[in-house]
Unconditional design. Structure first.
Lengths: 347, 283
């Protein structure tokens, strides 16, 4: 009996070894969880703590771009990976292609911790598939020492007192978007007439523009070139570290943001552990640790108290929108607005 | 005879290279410029002239006007600074010439991008230039030079001046001074001798300097981006925008074709005027 038992174990092991050789990253022994995302998205302590608690070893696997991720996931028919963190628009595609499984809210009991501001977005309108894991939000930062204007929203950038002293990022959709928001419209407006109207309004902003630049735009606030700037999240964080006297504005007209979401692929080898992992992530202490580490805006209300206060959007902000692809005609109109605007800035 | 044909074969790789990597991409670009842009990413091979029609829109015409204006102003400034420089440099002693040549070449040892960032440090509100003038009491408030048209002009002139200097220098150096002396002996004033003899003889150098300044300045859009704060839209930056953010390759190709035709026209004119086949000052 004993001998026979050993034989069975040996055969099982051999079969397992063969299986793991066939698909390297597929962990069939229920002891591994393959996490697939960009580099440096999770602090090592958080992953170690999960292993301590559950005995499930976390294998961290990297991709460079969202597109590579989707390609690999599609090739594996939704298998190979247990938890993936990627950008909003690519998650929409993954869901449409049936590569994402629903979150089991009986296991992920912490689902209610998520800040509703980041829920119900276009890629997952019913919040069935994703846990938002940090948001990038372009915001206005200004130097109260250099201007008397109290900036509360995008519209204030049009204030004549800010002549030749506003720096902005160079993304044509974002700048068109905030103009539309300041008019009470959607950032993803499709109506060409409305877009042209926004173009006219943008031209009125031109005299205030000091520079248009995507890289290190925040420097203009530090070297005195600009008194107000519209910056990406990482730039906001950087400039606030350099000069804490600057003021960050969460524009009253609403935010434009990009969300990173965690989801479980449709054929995740260790789906059970994946659900547990998401639940673990949503624990306030764990989530706060993660947000502090990646430096993006905190997407869990429960973690607001614990996270770096610079990464918390105030409760007063209730509206947010994500920029999406629009029709070719609309895009053309946005492009034209942008070129006209830049030319007007140079006059 | 046999020997000559064997040497001829050595040129074949060069022809293949030129066809593949110069003519090929150019034809591809011309082809794309007649293709149709697709929603989102990419284009389809449906023949259309709309990319060219679109360019008649005042916004885009303005880009060409702006580019020509900047190139023209830059060239005039470069002539004013570069011609005298090249002229006097050619009259230095051999040792002096070598030192000057060395000084002109030194900046090329670092990346031009890096040197432009140097200009930012000099020109910015809290920069070297402003601080010096404010501390000397010449200015009360620092000037906002950076991210303006003058800043772009400074950068352009700075980047292109050496080409003019070298073109004029090589032309003046080759000149036969006996002709100037003859003119003076025959009673011409120094100014007249300069205008009728020196200027005429160095005209090919000057014009090749003009070509070497004018044509690159149509394309040096990164200077306008860095020192102009992206506010001056040149054809170059428009092409880049359309290729990347706008993702409209056919329109970008059409713009590039028009730019290429316009600059070729300039080179053609240059040859007509000077009857010179090669540009001077490139060695």
């Amino acid at each position: 009996m004993k001998k026979r038992g050993k034989k069975i174990i040996a055969m099982t092991l051999a079969a397992l070894a063969a299986a793991s050789l066939a698909t390297v990253s597929q962990a069939e022994d229920n002891g591994e969880l393959v996490l697939f995302t960009w580099e440096s998205m999770f602090p090592q302590e958080v992953l170690d703590e999960f292993t301590n608690r559950t005995g499930v070893k976390v294998i961290y696997s990297n991709f460079d771009t969202d597109e590579t991720m989707l390609e690999k996931l599609a090739q594996a028919d939704g298998g190979d990976y247990d938890v993936i963190v990627a950008d909003d628009y690519i998650i929409e595609q993954a869901i449409q292609e049936g590569l994402v499984s629903e979150i089991d809210k009986d296991v992920v009991t912490n689902f209610g911790n998520i800040n509703p501001l980041y829920q119900g977005q276009f890629y997952d309108p019913e919040d069935r598939y994703t846990v938002p894991y940090g948001a990038g939000i372009p915001l206005i930062v200004y130097d109260p020492m250099m201007t008397d204007v109290e900036i509360k929203g995008y519209s204030d950038l049009w204030d004549p007192a800010l002549e030749d002293s506003v720096a902005i990022t160079a993304n044509y959709r974002v700048i068109n978007g905030i103009t539309l928001l300041s008019m009470g419209k959607s950032m993803n407006e499709e109506d060409v007439d409305v877009i042209e109207e926004a173009g006219q309004r943008l031209l009125e902003l031109a005299p205030n523009i000091r520079l248009i630049q995507d890289d290190n735009t925040q420097d203009s606030l530090l070297n005195g070139e600009a008194s107000a700037a519209f910056l990406y999240t990482s730039q906001v964080t950087t400039v606030m570290n350099e000069n804490p006297d600057l003021k960050v504005v969460y524009p009253e007209e609403g935010l434009g943001f990009g969300i990173m979401g965690a989801f479980i692929p449709s054929a995740a080898p260790n789906a059970g552990a994946a659900q547990e992992f998401l639940n673990y992530l949503l624990e306030p202490e764990v989530f706060a640790q993660c947000m502090d580490y990646i430096g993006y805006y905190n997407t869990s209300s429960a973690a607001d108290e614990l996270v770096n206060p610079n990464l918390v959007v105030p409760d007063s902000v209730t509206k947010g929108e994500i920029i999406r692809n629009v029709s070719a005609e609309a895009d053309e109109a946005y492009n034209k607005n942008w070129t006209e605007f830049k030319a007007a800035c140079g006059q | 005879m046999k020997r000559k044909s064997r040497w001829g074969l050595c040129i074949v790789p060069l022809y293949v290279f030129t066809l593949l990597f110069v003519l090929g991409p150019m034809l591809y670009m011309v082809a794309i410029s007649f293709a149709q842009n697709k929603e989102g990413y990419g284009f389809s091979w449906l023949f259309t002239t709309e990319n060219y029609e679109k360019m008649t829109d005042p916004v885009y015409v303005q880009c060409f006007v702006q580019s020509f204006r900047l190139a023209f102003t830059t060239t005039v400034l470069v002539i004013l600074l570069g011609y005298p420089f090249g002229y006097f440099m050619a009259r230095l002693s051999e040792r002096g010439k070598r030192i000057m040549m060395f000084l002109i070449m030194v900046p090329f040892w670092t990346s031009s991008l890096l040197r432009l960032y140097g200009w930012i440090i000099i020109l910015q509100v809290k920069g070297v230039f402003n601080m010096a003038l404010v501390n000397l009491g010449i200015l009360e408030k620092p000037l906002k030079i950076l991210y303006s048209y003058p800043a772009v002009l400074i950068g352009m002139v700075y980047a292109l001046l050496p080409f003019m200097i070298l073109a004029v220098y090589s032309s003046v150096e080759k000149m036969d001074w006996a002709l100037v002396e003859a003119a003076r002996d025959l009673g011409a004033s120094p100014v007249r001798a300069f205008l009728t003899v020196t200027l005429k003889l160095t005209l090919p150098g000057l014009l090749s300097g003009v070509i070497l300044t004018f044509i690159p300045s149509m394309g040096l859009f990164f200077i306008a981006d860095i020192l102009g704060g992206n506010k001056i839209v040149l054809v170059g930056s428009l092409i880049q925008d359309q290729l990347t953010r706008g993702s409209n390759w056919p329109f970008a190709a059409a713009l590039a074709v028009v730019l290429m035709v316009l600059t070729s026209l300039l080179i053609f004119l240059y040859r007509k005027i000077t009857h010179v086949k090669d540009l001077e000052g490139i060695f």
